[in-house]
Design a protein around this ligand. Sequence first.
Ligand SMILES: Cc1cc2nc3c(=O)[nH]c(=O)nc-3n(C[C@H](O)[C@H](O)[C@H](O)COP(=O)(O)OP(=O)(O)OC[C@H]3O[C@@H](n4cnc5c(N)ncnc54)[C@H](O)[C@@H]3O)c2cc1C
Length: 382
Amino acid sequence: MNRVSETADFIIIGGGIAGASAGYELCKKGRVVILEKESQLAYHTTGRSSAIFQLGYNKGDVLLHILVKSSEDFLRHPPEGFAAHPLLTPRCLIHVATVDTQDTLDDLYRKLTDIDVKVDYIDGAEALRLLPVLASEYQGRALMEHGTADIDVNGLHEGYLRAIKASGGDIVTGAEVTGLTRKDNQWQVTTSAGCYQAPVVINAAGAWVDQIAALAKISPIEIRPMRRTVIMVTPPEEICLDDWPLVMDTAHKYYFKPDRGKILMTPGDEKYVAPCDVQPEELDIAYGAYYLERATNLKVDKIDRSWAGLRNKVTDGHPVVGFDPEQAGFFWLAGQGGFGIKTSPAMGRIVASLIEGAGLPQDMIDLGLTEEQISVRRIKKS
Ligand SMILES: Cc1cc2nc3c(=O)[nH]c(=O)nc-3n(C[C@H](O)[C@H](O)[C@H](O)COP(=O)(O)OP(=O)(O)OC[C@H]3O[C@@H](n4cnc5c(N)ncnc54)[C@H](O)[C@@H]3O)c2cc1C
């Protein structure tokens, strides 16, 4: 093993979307090294998402709305040369409910209009026009949420990484961090691919953030990795999916949408598991098929592919971004649950601004975001 330390201004642990977006902003201020334990980047949660951009995420959660809103301009109009294709492709979203759960639509309508997300009621006939296979039990009123899109996750991730490399930064795969020691105002980082040092370490290790903290003898934020399953189903030949909306059931957590000629469906499962290369369970796959059959008049004979990913959360479901109070130079970027892709431009900017000591970006303060809401302290004092 190479024992000579490579130096940087910022070492980022984890090469998913969080680490990449932080690196993208930090490489404008100094030399960045990203350390990723897998041989392939985006192998874990980042490569397993549903790729949805939604302004009213999580029933209009106010804080998450600020983060999505603050990311919107970047995603709709990325800098020149950032990506070869648009990062967002518009995708109509309809929230549907059965006759018994129609009140959930009214609740959602209130929450979304409260945060100025544009949303309209549509009648059953319009819902059926948008989704010709909609089951009769769902053909009452529905809600159409505007501004939703599919995200080119790979294009976004690649764009961040390309800029880091162009700035002289390094992205090292197969580099599992196994040791973290603070000496002479520098973090000495031991990995399976060599040693690195920098005054600031950014912990963007997804489900593994508490294990990274333990290496540095820092107390955990009690991250909870929650398994979520996705299935892919090929529709009958006569069905053209291209213009299908994204469909979300307001009472349950399941949703489905077209994805490269197939139907991507998640039953909305959420099961706590230890950090791992998570795999789907048969029961959740079966629930995915069951809900798809329930919401449509399709028959699911075969599931083409299934996978699971970890949505990593802390107690209040909001991200944890900031320096740790216990050790100098240790910065957390964690807890992005099911919103880490669509909020990554804002999160990257927050990281760079806080590390620089400039507080939060002004546009996010203007929208009502405070440091306390995303701080490490709020978690550690509870
Ligand atoms: C099924 C599903 C659907 C989702 N849908 C959406 C969606 O539609 N829209 C959206 O915005 N978000 C969505 N998300 C959430 C989004 O995918 C995550 O919030 C985001 O990918 C988290 O990125 P991350 O970089 O924090 O984690 P990861 O991508 O998991 O990256 C962390 C990295 O750290 C590395 N690492 C860990 N330990 C070490 C170590 N010791 N040394 C070096 N490296 C280490 C890991 O190998 C990993 O690559 C979804 C998630 C799931 C599971």
